[in-house]
Design a protein around this ligand. Structure first.
Ligand SMILES: [Zn+2]
Ligand SMILES: [Zn+2]
Ligand SMILES: [Zn+2]
Ligand SMILES: [Zn+2]
Ligand SMILES: [Zn+2]
Ligand SMILES: [Zn+2]
Ligand SMILES: [Zn+2]
Length: 1760
C-alpha cells in the first residue's frame, strides 16, 4: 500500500533510474575499485539529494523506501558479499548475544530497582527482566523512566545478587571470553571495516557540518537549484505559545500548522518551516528573528540549501542503519566500536566518536538522540570497548561539561548524560579514578565553574544573577557524576587508588575552604535589613554535597591509612582557615568557682558569623571514625593529636549553635527571613547530618579533651551569659540585673538554650563512635522519638529520617522492633504505633526535636503516662556508654561550674520574682540533675564490686553551693539537694512535682546502693535491711496491682460510654434533616401498628389500595425556621435538588448523543443510554425564602466577578447554588406536594369494560384536539368519525382549574423547566411540550437507579434509604402527577394517548415503537403520571386507582412478553421435577411462549423447559416490580409491609401482594386471555420486532446487570506499562505525555496536551473533557496513570483529584508516584469510587472538594 502510493509521487526521472538500478551490480563495482571512499561519496552525492528533501511536504515513507533501495542495499550487498537477506541471516546464526539486556527505555515506561540488591539506585530493570528476576520477591522500587537509559539486566556489577533474569541467564557452556571476530573471514572483516568507516565518517561529517550553503568535499551535488529550507531550531528559552504565535506571523500558517511545527521542533530539535528560493526563506527568517529578539535572545533560524538538509537527513538514516546492522552480530558491533574509536589524523581525541562528543552541544536534539542511541547499542554493549570509551569520555570530560554548561538543552539531551552508564560501574569508576584521575577532574571542573568569590577566596552568592543561577543549576550535575563515582565503596585499596583518592580529597578540601565561612551574617540592630540576602545558592550547594561528604567519610572508613591521611589533611585545612579568621580577637581570661581559662573576646551578636563550616564538620566526622575504627587507640603515634587545639575546634561550631539560640531568643529579628530559613535548613533532616549533627559532635570532641569547667565557661561566654553566672550573687539575679523586659526575656531563652546544649553534649551518644552503639540503634532512636509524637504513616517516617545516597533510610530493618503496624480502613492510611516497651527510651530533649515537636511529644507522653496510671514525670532515659575517646564528657555533669548554674536556677525557682526565671529553665535543670543521677546509678550497677565509682553526683549535689566570683571566699549557700527538697512543696510548681519526687527518690535509692555496697564490702548484708526492702517491694507490687485494676475498670467504663455515644450518633445521624416520612411515621405509627389496620395486607395500587390516614404534614423551613403545613393551596415548600444527565446505567455507550432540538424523549429505550437523574440533600425551604436566597447569591456573584476574577465551585449563571444548610451542590428545587386523595370505593369496571371506555375517551380526545388545530386537508375525510360520542361523564371541553396555590404553580414551572433544560441540554422553554415528559423520565430513571443501588449494596427494598432519598422520590412522583396542571392539557393528553398506543394499537397514532424498544418502568411511570390530565375531565365515577391498576397489569404483561422474547437460549439444564404451584406456573408460561411462537415462528427458538422460561421471567421482571413498588409507594403514600424491610425469603409473594398482583404472574394473562390475545398479536406483528430479534438492533436482555467501573489490574505497574506503549491517536506514533484511563469504559486518552484538543460547543477542550461528554454525559472518572491519581470531571469547569485505589504495603497512596513503592489495587477503595459513581455523587464530591480547597476552582479542567 505504502509502496504503491509512493510510486506515484516519485519523479519520473528517478523512476527510470530506480528501475534500472541494481544494488548487486553497484556493490560488485565497488569491490573492484581502489578508492572505495571516493566511489561511495560520489554515489551518495548523486543520489541523496534526489531522494531527500524534494519539496515543502516531505514524504518520509517514500524517502525511506528509496533510501533503502538505492543507498542501503548496495552497502549491504558489499558488506555481505552476497544477497544481504542470506548474509545477515548467517551472521545472526553465529551471533553471541550480549548478556546485557540493554533495552532502552521509552518515556513513561516502568523501571524497577531492587532496594536490597541493586548496587545503586540507578541500576534498573525493564519490566520483562524484572518479572523474570529474583527481585520480584524483594523489596523493590518502581519508577517511570524519563526516557533514555537502559536495562541493567546481565550486568554483574550492577547487582549484589541475581544479576540475570531468566531470559538473560548466561549459557554456562558458552565460553563468552572468545573473540567475537573469530567467526568472521578476514575478507568479511575488511569489507565490514571499509563500509563502517566510510558510513560513520559520512554521518559524522554531515551531522557536525555547520555551513548552510555548501557541502563537504566529494559530496557537492551535480546540479544544484535555488531550493532552500528555512530551518527553525529548538531552544529552552521560548515557550510553546511564543513559537506558535511567531510562526503564524512569519510563515503565514494556520494555528494548527503552527502547533504542529512547534511540536516537532520541541521533539526533534529542528523543523523546516518554509521551502522555496533563498529570498523567500530569508524573509521568513528575518520575521522570526525580529519577533523573538525583544525579550531574550532570538530563536535560532537558518536558511539551508536543500542538499545540505538532504544529506543531514540521510546521515541520521545511516546511523540508524548502522545500529540496525550491528544488531545482527556481536562481531559487527565490535568492528563498529573499533572504527569509532580509531584515532583520527589529528592525533589524540580525534576519533569519530570523539568528534561527535565534542560537537554534541552544536547538534540539534534529533541528531543527538540518534547518535546517543547508537553509542548505547554499540560502545556501551561491548565490555571491551565500554572501557575504552569510558577512558575517552573521561579525557574529554572537562570540555564536555563546559560545553554542556553553556548549552541550554536539558541534560537528557546531552552526551554528558551518558556518564551514569559508565561511572556507576564500580570497576570502571575505580579504573577512571586511578588512571584518569577522574575524581580530581570532576571536582576541579566544578570549582572552576563557580567563579563568584569574595576577597578571601570564599564563594559569594550575594549578587548573583538569574543567568548565573541558571548556570549554577547546570553545574550541579557534576556533583551527580561525583556521586556515581563514589557510590560503591572499594573493598580493596591499591596504593595508586589511595594516592588518587587523597588527591581528590585535597581538591575537595580546596572546594570546602571556599565554602568555610561563606555568606556570613552580622546582626542587624536599629532598623530592619533592606534586602533579604541571597542564601539559597549556598544551601543548595551544601545540600547537593551532603551525600558526597558522607560518602567521602565512608570511603575513609574502609582503610586506616586513608583515614589517618585524610584526618591530617583536614586538620591542616582547618588550621589554614582559622589563620584567616581570628584577626582582631583579643584574648581575655574567664574565671568561675576558682577555675579560670583563657579565651578570646568574641560576641556572636556583634561580629560576623557564618553557618557554613564544611571543613570543621568533615573533621568532626573523621574524628568519630577514629574512635569507631579504634584507630585512635591503635595508632595514636600516627595521629596529630598533639596539634589539636580543643578551643579552636569548638570555636566555630559553638558560634553557629549560639547563633541558633539567639535567633530563637528573638535577637536577630531585624535580619529577616533569610536567616530564619537558614536556621531551619541547618536543623532540617535534609542537611542536619552534615551540619547540626556534626557541630554537636565537634563540641563533644573538643569538650572531651578539655577541663569541663573550662569548656562550660567558654560556652557561657559565647552565649553572652557569663556575666550572669560569674558574679558572686548570681543567685539573686533579680536584684542586680537590668530590668529591661526584653533583655530579661532574651536571657531567659538563652539560658534555656544553653542548658539544652549541655544536655546534648553529655547525652547524645547514639552516633557509633561517640557512644558504644550499633548503627541501627541510632535509627531506632529516631523512629521511637517520631512515634512518641504520634502514630505515623510510613511515608511520614521516611520524610522525618535522613536518607543516604541510595535514598534509603534503613528504617525497614528496625521498624518492627520498635513499632507495630495498624492497617488502614477505606479511608486514611496505615499507621505505625510505638511499642509500649519502647516508651521508656523517650527523651524530652531529643536533639532532633523542633520546639513544636517537643511540646507535642511532651503532651502525648504525659497523657500516655496518665492513662497508664503512672506519675507524669518525663525523666531522662538510661543512656548507652560513651566510647573511650569521649568518655570524659560525663564529668561535665558533676563539674563545679555546672553545679553552680544548677543551684542558681533552683534558687531563682524558690524565690521567683518578675520575669527573671522560667519554668522551662527549671525543667531543663531537673532533667540535667536526672541525667547525673542516672549516670551514677548506672555506673554503680555496672561496677564489679568495690567502690571504684568516682562519679559521685549525689555527693556533689548535697554539698553546699560554691559559686565563686574571682577570688572571693565561699559563701554559705544551700546545696542543690536542699533546694530541691525546698521546691517540693512550692505551690507554683505543681507540674514539676512528679519529677522532683522522682529525683529525690532516685537520690535515696542511690544512697542505699552506695551504702549497701559499702556495707557488703565490710560486713555481710544486714538482714533487716533486706527485709525492709522486701516489704517495700511487696507494698509496691500491691499498689501497682491495685492501680492496674483501677485502670482496667476505668478503661472499660470509657469504652462503654464511647460505644453508647457512637450508637446515639448513628441513630440520630439525620435527626436534623426534618423528614416528611419521619413526621408521617411519628404521627401515625401508633395507628398503623394497631391490630385493626395491620391485619389487612398492605396494597399500594388499585382499588384495594390501603388508605393511609389523612394527616397534616408539617415541615420547617431551614432558612426562616418557620413551620409550614404542606397543602395544595398553601405556601410552596421546596427541596434543594440537583438534576444531572447520566449514563451510569447505560447498556449501550456507543449510542450517539441525541440531537437536543428534535429528540422525542417520550419512550425510553431499554438500553437506558441517556437518563436524567435527580438527587437532593433533603433540605426544605419556603419557595420564597429560597428565591430570596438565590437572588442574594446571584447578586454576590455578580459583584465578585466584577471585582476579581475568582471562580466559585458552582455556576450561578446556570442556576447552580449551594444548599444553604449543607453546602451541597444544587441546581433547582422540587416543590413538596400533598399526597393524592384516596378514591371513592364504588364499583369499578373490569379490564374489558375499561378498555372499551378508555378507547372511547381517546377517540373523543382525538377529535377534540383536532378541532384545536388549524383545519387541514386530512381533517375533511375524518369527519365521518367525528360522530363518535364521548362516553358518559367524560367532558372533553371541560377545563379543570388547578388546585394549587400560585407559589406552588410557580415552583411546578421552575422544576419542570430545570429538568427539561438539563436533561435535554437545551435552553429553557417552559412552553415546550417535552417538559412534563422529562420530569416523568427523571422520576423513572431515579427510581431505577436507586433500585439498582439497593441491589448492589444488598439492602432491603424499603427502610434502608436515607430520608433525603425517600423525600426526593416522593416529591418526584407527586410532582410528576401534578405537572400536567402547569402544561397545556391537550399536549399532555396527547402524550398519554401515544403512550397507551404503544400497548393498545390505535389507528390514529402513526408511529408507535415496538415493545422491544420500550423501557417498561419508564412507560409505567409516564402513563400513570400523565393520566391525571385525562381523569380531570372524567366525572363518571371511574377511580384513578382502578385505571392505575389496569395500566400496571397491562404493562406487566407486556414486560413479561418482552422478557420472553429476549430470554437467551436455554442453558444446559438438568431435568427439573417441579410440583404443585410451580408446575402450574411452568405450564402457563409454556402456553404463553407457544402463543408467541405461533405469531413469530422461527424467530423464537424452541424451548422445552417451562422451568427455564419461568426462571427467566421471574428474575427478569423483578427489578421492574421493585421499581413499581417504589413508585406506587411514594406516589400513593401507602405504608410498606415489614417483610420488605429485610432481606428474607418469601419476598416475591409479599412484593406481588403489595402490588396487587397474583404471585403467579401468568394469571394476569390467562384470566384475560381473550382480551389480551389481540394485543399480543399486535405487539408481535410490529414491523421492527422481527428485525430486532434477528439482530437488526440493540437487543437488551433482562434483568439488566448493574454497570461496574472497569476491572483494574492488581499490580499498578501493569497499568504503567500499558500507558507507556500508548501513543497519541492524533500525532502519529508520539508517546502521550499524560495517558489517562477512563474508568467507565476503559478508553485510554491523551490528556492535557495540545495534540488531542478538540472543539466542544465552540471551545477547545482536552481529550478527557471531550470524552466525558460522549461517555458520561458530562461526568467522568479517570485514572491519570503517570500521576497515580483519580480525576473527577463534571462539565467543562468542574473537577477535582481523588485518592487512587492503589496502595503500597504500608497502606498509603502514592500520588505523583514519588516514593516508588510497589502499588496494589485496594478493592474496597475502588468499590467506594464505584459507589460514588453509581449514586450519581461525583459532581457533589467535586463540589465539596472545591469548597474545601479553593485552588481547585482555578484549574482549567477543560484542558485536561
Ligand atoms: Zn531488560
Ligand atoms: Zn534480563
Ligand atoms: Zn533483589
Ligand atoms: Zn422560610
Ligand atoms: Zn442540604
Ligand atoms: Zn495527543
Ligand atoms: Zn469512557
Amino acid at each position: 500500500m505504502a509502496a504503491a502510493e509512493s510510486d506515484r509521487e516519485v519523479p519520473s526521472a528517478l523512476c527510470t533510474e530506480f528501475l534500472n538500478f541494481s544494488a548487486k551490480d553497484t556493490a560488485s563495482k565497488w569491490l573492484q575499485v581502489t578508492d572505495l571512499y571516493k566511489e561511495v561519496y560520489q554515489h551518495l552525492a548523486s543520489y541523496v539529494p534526489k531522494i531527500y528533501c524534494l519539496g515543502p511536504n516531505l514524504n518520509p515513507q517514500s524517502e525511506d523506501l528509496l533510501a533503502q533501495l538505492l543507498l542501503q542495499a548496495p552497502l549491504e550487498w558489499y558488506l555481505c558479499g552476497e544477497d544481504p537477506s542470506m548474509g545477515l541471516a548467517k551472521l545472526e546464526q553465529n551471533n553471541q548475544p550480549s548478556q546485557l539486556c540493554g533495552h532502552v527505555f521509552r518515556v513513561g515506561e516502568p523501571t524497577y530497582s531492587c532496594r536490597e540488591c541493586a548496587a545503586d539506585p540507578t541500576c534498573v530493570l525493564c519490566m520483562q527482566c524484572f518479572l523474570g528476576s529474583v527481585h520480584k520477591e524483594h523489596r523493590y522500587r518502581m519508577t517511570t523512566s524519563g526516557g533514555g537509559g537502559f536495562c541493567d539486566c546481565g550486568d554483574t556489577e550492577a547487582w549484589k545478587k541475581g544479576p540475570y533474569c531468566q531470559k538473560h541467564e548466561p549459557n554456562i557452556s558458552d565460553s563468552c571470553q572468545e573473540d567475537p571476530l573469530a567467526h568472521l573471514s578476514t575478507d568479511m572483516i575488511a569489507r565490514c571495516y571499509n563500509v563502517f568507516s566510510i558510513v560513520l565518517k559520512y554521518a559524522v561529517d554531515m551531522l557536525t557540518w555547520d555551513k548552510e550553503n555548501e557541502l563537504p568535499l566529494g559530496l557537492e551535488p551535480p546540479d544544484r537549484g535555488d531550493t532552500y529550507y528555512c530551518m527553525l531550531f529548538n531552544d529552552e528559552v521560548h515557550t510553546y505559545e511564543q513559537v506558535i504565535y511567531t510562526l503564524q506571523k512569519a510563515v503565514n500558517c494556520t494555528q494548527k500548522e503552527a502547533v504542529s511545527f512547534a511540536t516537532t521542533v520541541d521533539r526533534d530539535g529542528r523543523k523546516s518551516v518554509r521551502f522555496g528560493d533563498f529570498a523567500f526563506c530569508e524573509q521568513a527568517k528575518s520575521v522570526i528573528v525580529r519577533n523573538t529578539s525583544r525579550q531574550s535572545k532570538p530563536l535560532r533560524v537558518q536558511v539551508m540549501h536543500s542538499s545540505v538538509v538532504a544529506h543531514q537527513c540521510f546521515a541520521l538514516k545511516a546511523l540508524h542503519w548502522l545500529g540496525h546492522v550491528i544488531g545482527y552480530s556481536d562481531a559487527l558491533r565490535r568492528i563498529l566500536c573499533q572504527v569509532g574509536l580509531e584515532r583520527g589524523p589529528e592525533g589524540e581525541n580525534s576519533s569519530l566518536v570523539d568528534t561527535l562528543m565534542l560537537c554534541d552541544s552544536k547538534m540539534w536534539k534529533g541528531a543527538r538522540n540518534v547518535y546517543h542511541q547508537l553509542f548505547m547499542s554499540s560502545l556501551l554493549m561491548d565490555l571491551k570497548y565500554k572501557k575504552l570509551f569510558a577512558i575517552q569520555f573521561a579525557k574529554n570530560y572537562e570540555r564536555l561539561q563546559s560545553d554542556y554548561v553553556k548549552d541550554d538543552h536539558d541534560r537528557e539531551f546531552s552526551v554528558t548524560d551518558l556518564s551514569v552508564q559508565m561511572f556507576t560501574v564500580p570497576s570502571l569508576a575505580r579504573m577512571l579514578i586511578t588512571e584518569e584521575n577522574l575524581m580530581t577532574t570532576i571536582i576541579r571542573t566544578f570549582v572552576d565553574h563557580l567563579r563568584h568569590r569574595d576577597l578571601q577566596g570564599r564563594f559569594q552568592f550575594e549578587r548573583y544573577t538569574a543567568q548565573q543561577a541558571f548556570k549554577f543549576r547546570r553545574v550541579q550535575s557534576l556533583i551527580g557524576d561525583l556521586k556515581y563515582v563514589l557510590i560503591s565503596r572499594p573493598t580493596e585499596w591499591s596504593d595508586q587508588l589511595r594516592e588518587k583518592f587523597l588527591e581528590g580529597l585535597d581538591t575537595f578540601l580546596e572546594l570546602f575552604k571556599c565554602m568555610q565561612g561563606m555568606d556570613p551574617v552580622v546582626r542587624q540592630v536599629g532598623q530592619h535589613i533592606e534586602m533579604e540576602p541571597e542564601w539559597e545558592a549556598a544551601f543548595t550547594l551544601q545540600m547537593k554535597l551532603t551525600h558526597i561528604i558522607s560518602m567521602m567519610q565512608e570511603w575513609c572508613a574502609t582503610d586506616e591509612r586513608v583515614l589517618i591521611e585524610a584526618y591530617k589533611k583536614c586538620l591542616t585545612a582547618l588550621t589554614h582557615c582559622h589563620s584567616g579568621f581570628t584577626d582582631g580577637e583579643q584574648p581575655i581570661t574567664l574565671s568561675i568557682c576558682g577555675h579560670s581559662v583563657d579565651t578570646i573576646r568574641y560576641c556572636v551578636s556583634q561580629e560576623k558569623v557564618s553557618i557554613h563550616l564544611p571543613v570543621s564538620r568533615l573533621l568532626a566526622g573523621l574524628h568519630v571514625l577514629l574512635s569507631k575504627m579504634e584507630v585512635a587507640y591503635r595508632f595514636p603515634e600516627q595521629l596529630p593529636l598533639s596539634e589539636l587545639s580543643p578551643p579552636m575546634l569548638i570555636e566555630h561550631p559553638l558560634r553557629c549553635l549560639v547563633l541558633c539560640a539567639q535567633v530563637h531568643a528573638g535577637m536577630w529579628r531585624r535580619n529577616g527571613f533569610s536567616l530564619v530559613n537558614q536556621i531551619y535548613y541547618y536543623h532540617n533532616v535534609k542537611c542536619r547530618v552534615e551540619m547540626f549533627d556534626k557541630d554537636l559532635i565537634m563540641l563533644q570532641a573538643g569538650a572531651s579533651m578539655m577541663d569541663p569547667n573550662h569548656f562550660l565557661m567558654i560556652v557561657l561566654s559565647r552565649f553572652e551569659l557569663y556575666h550572669i553566672f560569674s558574679s558572686a550573687d548570681c543567685r539573686k539575679r533579680y536584684n542586680r540585673e537590668n530590668t529591661n523586659k526584653d533583655v530579661v526575656q532574651q536571657n531567659n531563652t538563652l539560658i534555656e538554650e544553653m542548658l539544652h546544649l549541655i544536655m546534648m553534649v553529655v547525652g547524645e551518644r547514639f552516633e557509633a563512635g561517640v557512644g558504644q552503639v550499633e548503627g541501627c540503634d541510632q535509627i531506632k532512636r529516631e523512629i521511637i522519638h517520631q512515634l512518641c509524637i504520634r502514630p505515623m504513616a510510613h511515608s511520614e517516617l521516611v520524610k522525618a529520617l535522613p536518607e543516604n545516597e541510595n535514598k534509603e533510610t534503613g528504617m525497614e530493618r528496625v521498624i518492627d522492633c520498635v513499632a507495630s503496624f495498624k492497617k488502614p480502613g477505606v479511608t486514611g492510611r496505615g499507621l505505625y504505633e510505638l511499642r509500649p516497651e519502647c516508651a521508656k527510651q523517650f527523651n524530652l530533649y531529643f536533639h532532633h526535636y523542633s520546639r513544636a515537636d517537643q511540646s507535642k511529644a511532651e503532651e502525648a507522653q504525659r497523657k500516655l503516662k496518665r492513662q497508664n496510671g503512672e506519675d507524669t514525670a518525663l525523666h531522662p532515659p538510661v543512656l548507652p556508654l560513651f566510647s573511650p575517646l569521649f568518655a570524659s564528657l560525663v564529668n561535665i555533669l558533676q563539674c563545679d561550674v555546672l553545679l553552680g548554674m544548677l543551684g542558681a536556677v533552683l534558687q531563682w525557682a524558690v524565690e521567683p520574682s518578675g520575669g527573671h526565671w522560667s519554668e522551662s529553665m527549671l525543667q531543663r535543670v531537673l532533667h540535667l540533675i536526672g541525667m547525673g543521677l542516672l549516670e551514677e546509678q548506672q555506673q554503680l550497677e555496672n561496677s564489679s564490686e568495690d567502690n571504684d565509682v568516682s562519679f559521685n553526683f549525689t555527693l556533689k549535689i548535697s554539698l553546699c553551693g560554691c559559686i565563686l566570683g574571682p577570688g572571693e571566699a565561699p559563701s554559705n549557700t544551700a546545696s542543690v539537694l536542699a533546694l530541691l527538697e525546698n521546691l517540693q512543696n512550692a505551690h507554683h510548681l505543681e507540674v514539676h512535682k512528679d519529677m522532683i519526687r522522682w529525683i529525690l527518690k532516685t537520690v535515696a535509692s542511690i544512697k542505699t546502693i552506695r551504702e549497701l555496697t559499702a556495707f557488703t564490702c565490710t560486713v555481710t548484708a544486714s538482714g533487716s535491711h533486706g527485709q525492709e526492702e522486701m516489704v517495700c517491694d511487696k507494698d509496691k507490687a500491691e499498689r501497682k496491682r491495685k492501680m492496674e485494676m483501677a485502670r482496667l475498670r476505668r478503661e472499660k467504663i470509657m469504652a462503654q460510654m464511647s460505644e453508647m455515644q457512637r450508637h446515639f450518633i448513628n441513630e440520630n445521624k439525620e435527626l436534623f434533616q426534618q423528614s416528611l416520612e419521619e413526621l408521617d411515621a411519628s404521627t401515625s405509627s401508633s395507628l398503623e401498628h394497631s391490630p385493626t389496620s395491620s391485619d389487612a395486607a398492605l396494597v399500594c395500587v388499585g382499588p384495594r389500595r390501603s388508605c393511609p390516614r389523612e394527616k397534616r404534614q408539617v415541615v420547617t423551613c431551614i432558612l426562616c425556621q418557620e413551620e409550614q403545613e404542606i397543602r395544595a393551596d398553601g405556601k410552596a415548600m421546596v427541596l434543594a435538588a440537583f438534576v444531572q444527565r447520566s449514563t451510569v446505567m447505560s447498556k449501550n455507550r456507543k449510542r450517539p448523543p441525541h440531537d437536543p432540538e428534535h429528540y422525542d424523549p417520550l419512550f425510553m429505550h431499554p438500553d437506558l443510554s441517556f437518563g436524567t437523574h435527580t438527587g437532593s440533600c433533603g433540605h426544605i425551604m419556603h419557595s420564597h425564602c429560597w428565591q430570596r436566597y438565590f437572588e442574594a447569591v446571584q447578586a454576590k456573584e455578580q459583584r465578585r466577578q466584577q471585582r476579581l476574577r475568582v471562580h466559585t465551585s458552582y455556576d450561578v449563571g446556570n442556576g447552580e447554588f449551594l444548599c444553604p444548610l449543607c453546602e451541597c451542590l444544587s441546581n433547582t428545587v422540587i416543590p413538596l406536594l400533598p399526597r393524592a386523595k384516596g378514591s371513592s370505593s364504588c364499583e369499578q369496571p373490569g379490564l374489558g369494560q375499561w378498555l372499551k371506555t378508555s378507547g372511547q375517551q381517546i377517540k373523543a380526545m382525538h377529535s377534540a384536539h383536532r378541532k384545536l388545530q388549524p383545519i387541514s386537508v386530512d381533517a375533511v375525510e375524518e369527519t365521518v368519525e367525528e360522530g363518535c360520542p364521548a362516553p358518559e361523564g367524560f367532558r372533553v371541553d371541560y377545563t379543570p382549574t388547578s388546585p394549587y396555590s400560585s407559589t406552588i404553580k410557580e415552583m411546578l414551572t421552575t422544576f419542570g423547566t430545570a429538568t427539561y433544560k438539563v436533561g435535554l441540554k437545551v435552553h429553557p422553554n417552559e412552553q415546550d411540550p417535552r417538559v412534563p415528559i422529562m420530569c416523568w423520565g427523571s422520576c423513572a430513571y431515579t427510581i431505577q437507579s436507586i433500585e439498582r443501588l439497593l441491589v448492589d449494596e444488598e439492602k432491603p427494598l424499603f427502610g434502608s434509604l436515607p430520608c433525603r432519598q425517600d423525600d426526593c422520590l416522593s416529591s418526584l412522583a407527586r410532582f410528576g402527577s401534578a405537572c400536567w396542571t402547569a402544561a397545556s392539557q391537550p399536549s399532555v393528553q396527547g402524550h398519554f394517548i401515544r403512550l397507551v398506543a404503544a400497548l393498545i394499537p390505535d389507528p390514529q397514532v402513526e408511529t408507535s415503537p415496538c415493545i422491544l424498544d420500550i423501557d417498561m418502568l419508564h412507560l409505567l411511570v409516564s402513563v400513570v403520571l400523565s393520566y391525571g390530565s385525562v381523569h380531570s375531565q372524567d366525572s363518571s365515577g371511574l377511580s384513578v386507582d382502578a385505571v392505575q391498576l389496569h395500566l400496571f397489569h397491562l404493562i406487566t404483561v407486556a414486560h413479561m412478553v418482552q422478557i420472553l422474547l429476549t430470554s437467551g437460549p436455554e442453558e444446559v439444564t438438568m431435568e427439573q421435577e417441579s410440583e404443585g404451584a410451580e408446575r402450574e406456573e411452568e405450564e402457563a408460561i409454556c402456553c404463553l411462549y407457544n402463543t408467541l411462537r405461533t405469531h413469530l415462528g422461527s424467530s423464537l427458538p424452541e424451548v422445552g423447559s417451562g422451568w427455564h422460561l419461568w426462571r427467566c421471567v421471574k428474575t427478569g421482571i423483578l427489578p421492574y416490580l421493585r421499581g413499581a413498588a417504589l413508585f406506587f409507594h411514594h406516589l400513593n403514600g401507602v405504608p410498606t409491609p415489614p417483610e420488605l424491610h429485610a432481606l428474607c425469603p418469601g419476598q416475591w409473594e409479599v412484593l406481588c401482594g403489595y402490588l396487587s398482583l397474583p404471585s403467579n404472574l401468568l394469571q394476569l394473562y390467562h384470566s384475560q386471555q381473550e382480551l389480551l390475545e389481540p394485543l399480543l398479536h399486535g405487539w408481535c406483528s410490529h414491523p421492527s420486532l422481527r428485525q430486532t430479534l434477528q439482530g437488526g438492533g440493540v437487543l437488551v436482555s433482562f434483568p439488566r446487570e448493574s454497570n461496574s467501573l472497569i476491572d483494574l489490574p492488581d499490580d499498578y505497574s501493569a497499568l504503567i506499562n500499558q500507558a507507556s506503549s500508548f501513543t497519541c491517536p492524533k500525532s502519529g506514533g508520539d508517546k502521550s505525555r499524560a495517558p489517562t484511563l477512563c474508568l467507565v469504559c476503559g478508553s485510554m486518552l491523551c490528556s492535557q496536551s495540545y495534540c488531542c484538543q478538540t472543539e466542544l460547543d465552540g471551545e477547545d477542550v482536552g481529550a478527557c473533557t471531550a470524552h466525558t461528554f460522549a461517555c458520561g454525559a458530562g461526568v467522568g472518572i479517570f485514572l491519570r496513570v503517570r500521576e497515580s491519581q483519580v480525576l473527577f470531571l463534571a462539565g467543562k469547569t468542574k473537577g477535582c483529584f481523588y485518592a487512587p485505589p492503589y496502595l503500597d504495603d504500608y497502606g498509603e497512596t502514592d500520588q505523583g508516584l514519588r516514593r516508588g513503592n510497589p502499588l496494589h489495587l485496594c478493592r474496597e477503595r475502588y468499590r467506594k469510587i464505584q459507589k460514588l459513581w453509581r449514586q450519581h455523587s461525583i459532581t457533589e464530591e467535586i463540589g465539596h472538594a472545591q469548597e474545601a480547597n479553593q485552588t481547585l476552582v482555578g484549574i482549567d479542567w477543560q484542558h485536561l
